[in-house]
Write a protein that binds this ligand. Structure first.
Ligand code: AMP
Length: 283
């Protein structure tokens, strides 16, 4: 596996690979990798990539001033070993000043889909995400890029950006990889104390209860949201940020239960904020 820190050498390595006729697959991450990230590497190959690029960049622009940017977990050596073992071809590991040199002043701002839920609670977050993802796309120029459905609104924001700005990339979305007890794998799970970790699966349980209601024909948004909240709040030490029933494209209240429905949630346990979702397909 090649490791590159600067933009030009990354472009050169990819251009050399492309000259051999490879199909470039790209998986952007913030590192501290777990099986969820590595499954996206497999997903890239399954979708036809013959040269897989992974980036690790903890993007300061997608963190709010009171969020966890400085304490976000990092272990580049371990990450590199995991990616190498998974057959990744190139790891792009840029420092902040390579991605945002002094004087940079352009951002990408996605509209309505970026506003509710995560967008409302984390002002500027999705502008930061869209900006860094478009920059990474321009550096790597992948044929396909893989994102995890765990960050459902992020998937919708990027899909919207790619369509609106005619970005020549095929998007592939990977299913959420979970721990045995249902907790979605996340780099932020490393913040949880043993007691907090024991509480954490309640988010998934609440979403499952919502899923069960929808599949049994309950179409009352407020009722389902109340049910999910009640279930999550039964665990003392869990603070519900939101538990919502939304349309997976708009992230607003669904107009029609005959289409796919997304159950999304965010909770705080101690200082740790966890998000998760379940999609209920109409078929
Ligand atoms: P992050 O490093 O948290 O920015 O995540 C990088 C990519 O991995 C994003 O596309 C995430 O949606 C995806 N991802 C994170 N956790 C999981 C998971 N448990 N299962 C599948 N994909 C995930």
């Amino acid at each position: 596996m090649l490791v590159r820190h600067a933009i030009d050498p990354t472009r050169e390595a990819i251009a050399a690979a492309r000259a051999h006729g490879v199909k470039i697959g790209f998986v952007p991450t913030m590192g501290f990798l777990h099986e969820g990230h590595l499954a996206l590497v497999d997903e890239a190959r399954a979708a036809g990539a013959t040269y897989v690029v992974v980036s690790i960049f903890v993007n300061p622009k997608q963190f709010g001033p009171n969020e966890d940017f400085t304490r976000y977990p990092r272990d580049e050596e371990r990450d590199a070993a995991l990616l190498d073992a998974r057959g990744v071809d190139l790891l792009f590991l840029p420092p902040v000043d390579v991605m945002y040199p002094p004087g940079s002043q352009t951002t990408v701002s996605v509209g309505a889909v970026a506003r509710p839920l995560e967008g409302e609670r984390r002002p500027g977050h999705f502008d930061g995400v869209a900006t860094v993802v478009l920059k990474l796309f321009n550096i790597v120029q992948p044929d396909l890029a893989v994102f995890g459905r765990k960050d459902a609104q992020q998937c919708a924001v990027i899909e919207r950006m790619v369509r609106d700005l005619d970005v020549p990339v095929r998007l592939v979305f990977g299913e959420t990889v979970r721990e045995q007890d249902g907790l979605a794998k996340s780099s932020r799970n490393s913040y949880l104390s043993a007691e907090e970790r024991a509480l954490a699966p309640v988010l998934h349980r609440a979403l499952r209860a919502g899923e069960e209601a929808v599949t049994h024909g309950v179409h009352d948004v407020a009722g389902i949201e109340h049910l999910m909240r009640k279930m999550a709040e039964e665990s003392k030490g869990v603070e519900v940020d939101y538990l919502a029933v939304v349309d997976p494209e708009t992230f607003l209240s669904p107009a029609d239960f005959r289409r796919d429905i997304l159950l999304v949630g965010a909770v705080k346990i101690g200082r740790t904020r966890l998000i998760d979702n379940i999609r209920v397909t109409s078929r």
